[in-house]
Design a protein around this ligand. Structure first.
Ligand SMILES: NC(=O)CC[C@H](N)C(=O)O
Length: 192
């Protein structure tokens, strides 16, 4: 398992994955990407992650691996990196793409930039997920190829799935929640 380690909270993801028994390694260059079967893209700042991934020559191989079916789980900025379309992006911001969704960056406005809530995630069962949003995005439009995975009480989509891709607008890696990573590791095993 790889965790994209250019920027953001990659250490937290490595810790959760290792706690689940996965052989998890940081990925900072294209040669390291060749060695992994699945990848987590952490939370952080999507604009910075975008620039660094292009500077370090990772953007192209990442896009190719995603298109070839590598399982990828993106949290928050990682979800933005996976989205095919981004609203409120900065000028010139690019994404890796793959997820047929439109996300809006920093969607919760200044007062609610960060908040926590209990979220029902049908695919994960009980109990509800304690979800922490930190200047998180929202999924404004779910395209034909992707499916909502979780929504807020008002119906706004905050997690999506599309084949081997999974994205959450919040951060399970910082709350002791392991079910998303377990669900994702199952995808990685199934893709072998
Ligand atoms: N916690 C996060 O990952 C924040 C995402 C950040 N606001 C962005 O646009 O990339």
């Amino acid at each position: 398992m790889g965790v994209l380690a250019l920027q953001g909270d990659f250490r937290e993801h490595l810790a959760v994955l290792r706690g689940l028994g996965a052989d998890a390694v940081p990925v900072r260059r294209a040669s390291e990407l060749d060695d992994v079967e699945g990848l987590v893209i952490p939370g952080g700042e999507s604009t910075v992650m975008d620039k660094l991934s292009r500077t370090f020559g990772l953007a192209e191989p990442l896009t190719e691996r995603i298109a070839a079916g590598m399982p990828v789980y993106g949290t928050c900025a990682g979800l933005i990196m996976l989205a095919d379309r981004v609203l409120d992006a900065i000028e010139g911001q690019q994404t890796l793409g793959g997820l047929d969704v439109t996300v809006r960056r920093n969607a919760f406005g200044s007062q609610l930039d960060s908040f926590e809530t209990d979220l029902d995630v049908p695919a994960l069962g009980d109990p509800p997920v304690h979800a922490v949003f930190i200047r998180g995005p929202i999924v404004e439009a779910v395209g034909e190829r992707s499916t909502p995975f979780a929504a807020l009480g008002d119906g706004r989509v905050v997690a999506v799935e599309q084949g081997n891709l999974l994205g959450t607008a919040f951060h399970p890696e910082i709350t002791g929640e392991t079910r998303f990573h377990e669900y994702f590791l199952d995808k990685v095993r199934a893709a072998r």
